[in-house]
Design a protein around this ligand. Structure first.
Ligand code: ADP
Ligand code: ADP
Length: 238
């Protein structure tokens, strides 16, 4: 069964600012399915529509046409339960981390779990466990802004996964990292996938393309899905 399913999705941004120079939509008639436990790599040059695709899945943008299902449920049919449902099912990390810079790693993760409504006594243990899982010291008192870029992205990963969502969406998570830290984050992602989490990773970085242990390659160009291919890549971080 597929855990993410897009069916004939088209998205155009506001006409004056948003459409491409040639008037094409940001995404045109995109259909795809990602199965449970897959590591899908979403490739394509800057402007191809990768972020738009992830934002549509997160319900941060609405499609003009088509449907998007997460774990079988249409995420754009507005019901009261939609947003909590999405938050339970999806974790997300971004190029710019989106962390609270003055707070410690532990505070960053705890706050998110509190917002998600996790019971008080579970919050601390879950937050610590999640930081340990990505190789960080949960008791560090350093504010996040004092950490390296690679460490900050690990905090963002810990935060995205603390709620144990079945799916992780990652939008250029290594965009601000050097090659060594990029491979380090790919190693983390492989561990996360090996533990059963489905991953959709968007990037235009050839280094990520070469090394990501992907099970599927999706390729966007000018808003169109021009390639969708199953691959079988062993992890290769050397
Ligand atoms: P990618 O993530 O592959 O770089 P995006 O999804 O960010 O691509 O962008 C796809 C197209 O949509 C681009 O032409 C971009 O300029 C346009 N676009 C993206 N976000 C917006 C927005 N908020 N408003 C208007 N146009 C946008
Ligand atoms: P805003 O600050 O504009 O309200 P949010 O960060 O709350 O934006 O996100 C907007 C939408 O994106 C929400 O509807 C939410 O469902 C979705 N979203 C954002 N981040 C996540 C996440 N980590 N997990 C699940 N859904 C998310």
């Amino acid at each position: 069964a597929s855990i993410i399913e897009l069916s004939r999705v088209t998205k155009t941004y506001g006409q004056t600012d948003g459409s491409r120079p040639n008037g094409l939509p940001a995404l045109s008639d995109v259909s795809l399915r990602i199965g449970k436990g897959e590591f899908a790599l979403l490739m394509g040059p800057s402007g191809a529509g990768k972020s738009t695709l992830l934002k549509l899945i997160l319900a941060m943008e609405q499609p003009d046409r088509g449907t998007i299902r997460v774990a079988g449920r249409d995420v754009h049919r507005l019901t009261k339960g939609s947003i909590p449902y999405l938050r339970r099912n999806l974790g997300a990390v971004f190029q710019d981390f989106k962390l609270l810079p003055e707070a410690t790693p532990l505070e960053n993760v705890r706050l998110t779990l509190q917002v998600l409504g996790l019971r008080g006594r579970d919050v601390l243990s879950r937050a610590k466990e999640s930081l340990e899982r990505v190789g960080l010291d949960p008791n560090s008192r350093k504010p996040v802004r004092c950490l390296s870029g690679g460490e900050q992205q690990r905090v963002a990963l810990a935060r995205a996964l603390a709620n144990r969502p079945p799916v992780l969406l990652a939008d250029e998570p290594t965009g601000n990292l050097d090659p060594a830290l990029t491979l380090d984050i790919l190693r983390q992602l492989e561990l996360i996938r090996a533990a059963g989490t489905t991953i959709l990773l968007a990037t235009h970085d050839p280094l990520v393309f070469r090394h990501a242990p992907a099970s599927r390659i999706l390729h966007l160009e000018m808003g169109r899905l021009i390639e969708d291919r199953v691959v079988d890549r062993a992890p290769n971080f050397t």
